[in-house]
Design a protein around this ligand. Structure first.
Ligand code: SF4
Ligand code: SF4
Length: 58
Protein backbone atom coordinates (compact mmCIF):
# COMPACT_ATOMS: atom_id res chain seq x y z
CA UNK A 1 0.00 0.00 0.00
CA UNK A 2 0.99 3.61 -0.31
CA UNK A 3 1.58 6.01 -3.14
CA UNK A 4 3.25 6.06 -6.52
CA UNK A 5 4.87 9.23 -7.83
CA UNK A 6 5.18 9.37 -11.61
CA UNK A 7 8.71 10.65 -12.16
CA UNK A 8 7.81 11.70 -15.69
CA UNK A 9 5.16 14.08 -14.34
CA UNK A 10 6.73 15.24 -11.06
CA UNK A 11 8.24 18.73 -11.25
CA UNK A 12 9.95 18.56 -7.86
CA UNK A 13 8.00 21.42 -6.31
CA UNK A 14 7.94 19.63 -2.94
CA UNK A 15 4.35 20.46 -1.98
CA UNK A 16 3.73 16.76 -1.37
CA UNK A 17 6.60 16.57 1.13
CA UNK A 18 5.10 19.42 3.15
CA UNK A 19 1.58 17.95 2.95
CA UNK A 20 2.40 14.45 4.19
CA UNK A 21 1.82 14.16 7.95
CA UNK A 22 3.98 11.06 8.37
CA UNK A 23 7.05 11.75 6.26
CA UNK A 24 6.52 9.27 3.44
CA UNK A 25 7.93 11.51 0.71
CA UNK A 26 11.47 12.83 0.28
CA UNK A 27 13.00 15.20 -2.24
CA UNK A 28 15.77 13.50 -4.19
CA UNK A 29 17.43 15.80 -6.67
CA UNK A 30 14.74 17.43 -8.80
CA UNK A 31 12.13 14.73 -8.10
CA UNK A 32 10.20 13.50 -5.09
CA UNK A 33 10.19 9.84 -4.12
CA UNK A 34 8.02 7.77 -1.77
CA UNK A 35 10.74 6.46 0.53
CA UNK A 36 8.57 5.35 3.44
CA UNK A 37 5.38 3.87 2.00
CA UNK A 38 5.06 1.51 4.98
CA UNK A 39 4.05 4.55 7.07
CA UNK A 40 1.43 5.85 4.60
CA UNK A 41 -2.01 6.26 6.21
CA UNK A 42 -3.67 6.85 2.81
CA UNK A 43 -4.97 10.29 3.77
CA UNK A 44 -4.45 11.46 0.16
CA UNK A 45 -3.19 14.87 1.33
CA UNK A 46 -0.24 14.57 -1.03
CA UNK A 47 -2.53 13.87 -3.96
CA UNK A 48 -4.57 16.99 -3.18
CA UNK A 49 -1.39 19.06 -2.72
CA UNK A 50 0.31 18.06 -5.97
CA UNK A 51 -0.35 20.71 -8.63
CA UNK A 52 0.71 18.38 -11.44
CA UNK A 53 -1.31 15.25 -10.67
CA UNK A 54 1.83 13.15 -10.32
CA UNK A 55 0.68 11.08 -7.35
CA UNK A 56 -1.69 8.13 -7.25
CA UNK A 57 -2.53 5.43 -4.73
CA UNK A 58 -0.99 2.01 -5.24
S1 SF4 B 1 -1.53 9.54 1.30
FE1 SF4 B 1 -1.15 10.79 3.15
S2 SF4 B 1 0.23 9.55 4.40
FE2 SF4 B 1 0.29 8.68 2.34
S3 SF4 B 1 2.04 9.67 1.35
FE3 SF4 B 1 0.21 10.91 0.85
S4 SF4 B 1 0.11 12.50 2.42
FE4 SF4 B 1 1.52 10.90 3.15
S1 SF4 C 1 3.81 17.99 -5.35
FE1 SF4 C 1 3.68 16.70 -7.20
S2 SF4 C 1 5.01 17.69 -8.72
FE2 SF4 C 1 5.50 18.56 -6.71
S3 SF4 C 1 7.22 17.29 -5.96
FE3 SF4 C 1 5.32 16.37 -5.16
S4 SF4 C 1 4.78 14.81 -6.70
FE4 SF4 C 1 6.26 16.17 -7.65
Amino acid sequence: MGIIIDANVCQGVGDCVDACPVGVIEKQGDKCVAVNNDECIECEACISACPHGAISMQ
